[in-house]
Ligand binder design. Structure first.
Ligand code: N2P
Length: 385
């Protein structure tokens, strides 16, 4: 039934009686996962759509040169958890006279689901590159008025002009990091391979991220494949490996696993490097490794949704975090890498860029387009196995 209704919606986009944003809203309302919706949209790109997005880009480029109104007294931020320094928000509120509402999420899928379902009210969100490309393609990311970013020159050249957002027309780089294994060095030897998650000796003491891209990606890498694979055979093997590891897992748990690593309830956790650094500050026995088969390197970005009510305050915040001392404080607290070259120079614990050897084992996730639905289905099957 749901599939029939989705198919009807898809036909409606095809004959242009429904626009893509309305399609996304209705499909999510029918219970389709956000990533599935993004995949369907990519798959059914109607004739003329490239023209439509080119027209939007031209309109946006012109709009980005227009002056913004005065700063609003509110700002609503929707960010990953534990991804800002404790004083970043209070200092901004005090200096700019803006009251900030701050909500958190744990995955790109959670963010995309909200925005594709038509959530309004957020002024700033923080997608990883592949999720940014979905927001740009669906027209959900607003153009950045660069004239308001007087600190833009602090961004390291490496982070300028990413393929997913040419010219940084809709985004400001935020933090970068990698996905690996955090472990309790007082309990286990350094886990060198993703296969440790299949080791029954640690059953009940291990977790993987609650994130289909990261879980399936780790098992693809384990067999020597790209973590962006669309090959049915490779994906089927990844599913089997994920399910065999799942028998040993305490849970699929993302950033909140830190508490359990600290308490010793969890000994090995698939985790992002900065969150592991944060946990280590409280429990020095927590170490971190990049498994030998390799993993994800990612860059997250600050984006203003097109429906944002406080666009000027959002720009002031973007410019604020580009200050060297503010950027340094954020990365010193989060444990992640900063794309701000002036901030890097001031950090107490700078996160160095991965070595050439590590980079050979690291891959960026890309938007899977029409194959997103296949991945979503696999993740659902793994979670319910
Ligand atoms: C911070 C989350 C890191 C973001 N808790 C992973 N892209």
């Amino acid at each position: 039934m749901r599939d029939r209704r989705l198919a009807a919606l898809l036909r409606a986009i095809g004959d242009e009686s429904l626009d893509r944003r309305e399609f996304a809203r209705r499909a999510v309302a029918l219970g389709a996962a956000a990533t599935t919706v993004a995949g369907l949209l990519a798959a059914c790109r109607p004739v003329g759509d490239d023209v439509a997005s080119a027209e939007r880009a031209t309109r946006d480029a012109a709009a980005a040169l227009e002056p913004l109104g005065p700063i609003e007294p509110h700002l609503s931020i929707y960010n990953w958890s534990d991804y800002v320094a404790p004083d970043t928000i209070p200092n901004f509120e005090r200096e700019f006279g803006v009251r900030v509402t701050y909500d958190v999420y744990e995955s790109n899928e959670e963010l995309l689901a909200k925005l594709l379902a038509g959530a309004r009210g957020y002024d700033l969100v923080f997608p990883s590159s592949y999720a940014l490309s979905v927001l740009v393609a669906t027209g959900l990311a607003a153009p950045v008025h660069r004239a308001y970013l007087t600190n833009w020159g602090n961004v390291a050249p490496l982070f300028l002009n990413p393929a997913v957002d040419p010219g940084n027309a809709h985004s400001v780089p935020w933090q970068w990091g990698i996905t690996g294994l955090a472990y309790r060095a007082d309990k286990v030897a350094p886990p060198e391979s993703w296969s440790v998650l299949q080791d029954v000796r640690y059953a009940g003491k291990m977790t993987q991220l609650d994130d289909g891209r990261d879980v399936i990606g780790s098992w693809l890498r384990f067999r020597g494949h790209s973590l962006n694979s669309r090959d049915v055979g490779e994906l089927t093997a990844a599913k089997a490996d994920a399910i065999s590891a799942k028998r040993n897992l305490k849970a699929y748990l993302s950033a909140p696993v830190k508490g359990q690593l600290i308490s010793g309830d969890v000994w090995i956790a698939q985790l992002w490097n900065g969150d592991a650094t944060q946990a280590r500050a409280e429990q020095p026995a927590i170490e971190y490794v990049l498994p030998r088969e390799g993993s994800t390197i990612w860059a997250d970005n600050v984006v203003i949704p097109r429906s944002a009510p406080h666009v000027r305050a959002a720009h002031e915040f973007m410019n604020y975090i580009l200050r060297p001392e503010v950027g340094a404080a954020i990365s010193d607290f989060t444990g992640y890498g900063t794309p701000n070259q002036q901030a890097l120079a001031r950090m107490e614990h700078p996160v160095p860029y991965p070595t050439a050897e590590q980079l050979r084992r690291l891959e960026y996730q890309i938007d899977l387009g029409r194959d997103t639905a296949e991945w979503d289905q696999l993740w659902t099957e793994i979670k319910s196995a």
